[in-house]
Design a protein around this ligand. Structure first.
Ligand code: SAM
Length: 270
């Protein structure tokens, strides 16, 4: 039986928090998560550099590959999860730089902080509790914002991009991996909490999504790379299979709606 998602932003955020608490507590299969990351463009050196348990296999791109981060820069990771991209960003900005991961899920924050201690990065990477719609970060204090498969989960994407704009310094860069839709999804997918947690149900149409970034004030908005969702997240994945069963969606129908889902790597500048 499909579990429905709420239409009320606060309740929906609670459902997302509960869902991601389960995901981090279930300790995903590390080999499968690494395989997924390779498909998204992470190389072996990057996979070796992050502590075990930081890659949960829930990303949809590789944001730190969109543009080079420079030594000494301050970087914010929106929805930092168990810390994978925050740790990779920390390698690029070095000991003079600073990385702040923001996430609203306590279990994710605990896991990320534990991972930082494993690789001795607790001085250059910090994880703050907060909502990406209301960042716990000062105005004009950040050189680059990264985010991997998170903004689709926000029912208030205009607020997220307005906040990203507020905290970036003039000239600061946005480097985002996220999911967009090429056409509307079937109603049973839109209503399903599984599809929402799977970063599909809450995704916007491509043109709307790119407009939201431009309306927040960003310039130089460009797509650095794109891939079809089916390439990034195969239907054979057991988590996808389970969700398909709960939504009562067969293979053919799933392939058809997966073809409407695209993962974008987006660059923009304040
Ligand atoms: C799909 S996971 C991605 C995690 C990480 N970026 C990665 O690639 O491994 C989504 C993460 O975003 C967080 N999240 C979702 N909505 C959020 C919001 N509105 N504010 C803060 N964090 C949020 C969740 O708690 C979860 O850790």
């Amino acid at each position: 039986m499909t579990s429905l998602r709420s239409n009320e932003p606060e309740t929906l955020r609670d459902q997302v928090r509960e869902g991601y608490t389960r995901i981090v507590q279930d300790a995903p299969d590390a080999a499968r998560a690494d395989e997924a990351a390779r498909r998204l463009g992470y190389d072996e050196d990057q996979l070796r550099a992050v502590p075990e348990g930081a890659n949960l296999g829930v990303g949809c791109g590789n944001p730190t590959a969109i543009d080079a981060l420079k030594p000494g820069e301050t970087v914010v990771d929106l929805g930092s999860g168990a810390g994978m991209d925050a740790f990779l960003a920390a390698r690029q900005v070095g000991p003079e730089g600073h990385v702040i991961g923001v996430d609203m899920t306590d279990a994710m924050l605990e896991k990320a902080r534990e991972n930082a201690r494993k690789v001795d990065l607790q001085d250059s990477v910090e994880f703050r509790k907060g909502h990406i719609e209301e960042l716990p970060i000062e105005d004009a204090s950040v050189d680059a914002i990264i985010s991997n498969c998170v903004i689709n989960l926000s029912p208030e994407k205009d607020r997220v991009y307005a906040e990203a704009y507020r905290v970036l310094k003039p000239g600061g860069r946005l480097m985002i991996s996220d999911i967009v839709l090429e056409r509307e999804l079937p109603q049973k997918v839109i209503e399903s909490i599984d599809a929402y947690l799977g970063c599909v149900g809450g995704a916007s149409l491509r043109s709307e999504y790119l407009d939201t970034i431009a309306k927040a004030g960003f310039s130089e908005v460009r797509i650095d790379r794109e891939s079809s969702f089916a390439e990034a997240i195969p239907l054979e994945d057991p988590r996808v299979r389970e969700a398909m069963e709960r939504m009562q969606i067969g293979e053919e129908e799933a392939r058809s709606f997966a073809s409407a889902v695209t993962s974008l790597q987006i660059f923009a500048r304040k």
